[in-house]
Design a protein around this ligand. Structure first.
Ligand SMILES: Nc1ncnc2c1ncn2[C@@H]1O[C@H](COP(=O)(O)OP(=O)(O)OP(=O)(O)O)[C@@H](O)[C@H]1O
Ligand SMILES: [Mg+2]
Length: 330
């Protein structure tokens, strides 16, 4: 017997391929302007190929986030990485890999559309002999070929937005930060921008796109997040959010006369999760979302409530967001 311990054999763990860094990764990203916290500990992770809809009202912090990710604004705290590199101190890398479309047009009055794009192609270091081809390609993609000789300041708002987008595509960056590309557009121009974004998605771009309006983005984003007053209050893949939506179907009930009795009996019922008053209706969510709502009729009639109508709703993504952002459901 010896009290010398046997050497422990080295573990034969196979070497895993290094994980691909997220396309965008922010950790506790914070921006303060004096006393105002414009962005409060934002954690955002986008994989390559994700299209993330960043939705929030005016002043929520959307542009602030994008400017930091584009390397144009220094955070007060936290970090922002693109493709595994900190945006602070890696300006060249960020410029090569990120296309940032601001929420205003950065025009040059005297240039035509193609001169404008050639100017940016040269600024991005695209060799002269390739520039014409690159510019023609992005003009085609953004459907602006017919305006290539028009002065940039003669374009309509929709065309200007497309030109703005064309500008960030000339150096073909894998990541796009698009700040409200559809704002101020008529319905047709909105659809055109949406189609263009879908095309960029098909080309494999990672896109962070902001809007005030969920319905503008819900259709083609695979991830969505709502930001309010600098905080990301809900986010996830569309599937996750839809799953949450199905977990909370809402039954709207209209009653002739006083709501009080109905609210009282419904709130007492263990099968009922929540009763909300909404525009003269009652909105009911059930504890068990698979339970059929017929029992509500029995409960209400049993309490002599004069039921006018009862309608189950498959909750729309917009309604889920509304409820989540109001803190009605967790
Ligand atoms: N340079 C600045 N100095 C002081 N405050 C600023 C500055 N830039 C932004 N803010 C403030 O930071 C907050 C977030 O602004 P931000 O532009 O990021 O919002 P947003 O979500 O893009 O809004 P919008 O939908 O109106 O574009 C706002 O309260 C804004 O007033
Ligand atoms: Mg903004």
């Amino acid at each position: 017997m010896t009290d010398v311990a046997e050497p422990i054999p080295a573990a034969s763990v196979p070497l895993a391929a290094p994980a691909k860094p997220p396309a965008i990764d922010t950790r506790n990203l914070t921006k303060r302007y004096g006393n105002l916290t414009a962005l409060n500990a934002l954690n955002l992770e986008l994989e390559s190929g994700d299209v993330f809809g960043f939705i929030g009202p005016n002043g929520a912090g959307k542009s602030t986030t994008m400017k930091i990710l584009a390397g144009l604004l220094e955070p007060s705290a936290g970090t922002a990485h693109v493709l595994g590199k900190n945006v602070m101190g890696n300006g060249d890398f960020v410029r090569r890999n990120v296309g940032y479309m601001p929420d205003f047009f950065n025009g040059y009055e005297d240039l035509t559309v193609s001169e404008y794009l050639e100017f940016f192609a040269s600024a991005y270091g695209i060799p002269r002999r390739q520039r014409k081809k690159v510019v023609q390609d992005v003009l085609e993609l953004t459907d602006l070929k017919f305006k290539q000789d028009a002065p940039t300041d003669s374009l309509s708002r929709g065309m200007t937005q497309r030109l703005s987008l064309a500008r960030v595509l000339v150096h073909d960056p894998p990541i796009l930060l698009l700040d409200e590309p559809a704002s101020g557009l008529d319905p047709r121009a909105r659809i055109e921008i949406r189609e263009l974004l879908k095309e960029l998605q098909r080309l494999g771009k990672t896109i962070l796109v902001s809007s005030h309006i969920l319905s503008e983005l819900g259709e083609f984003c695979n991830k969505l997040g709502i930001i309010e007053r600098g905080e990301l209050i809900v986010s996830g893949t569309v599937e996750e959010l839809m799953h949450r939506a199905r977990a909370h179907p809402v039954i709207s009930i209209q009653i002739d006369g006083d709501h009080e009795m109905a609210v009282r009996v419904l709130e007492k019922d263990a099968r009922v999760d929540r009763v909300e008053r909404n525009n003269g209706e009652l909105h009911i969510t059930l504890q068990d979302p698979t339970l059929h709502h017929h029992f509500l009729i029995e409960v209400l009639i049993g309490a002599n409530v004069r039921l006018h109508s009862i309608t189950p709703h498959q909750m729309k993504l917009e309604d889920v967001f509304l409820r989540l952002t109001k803190g009605i459901v967790q």
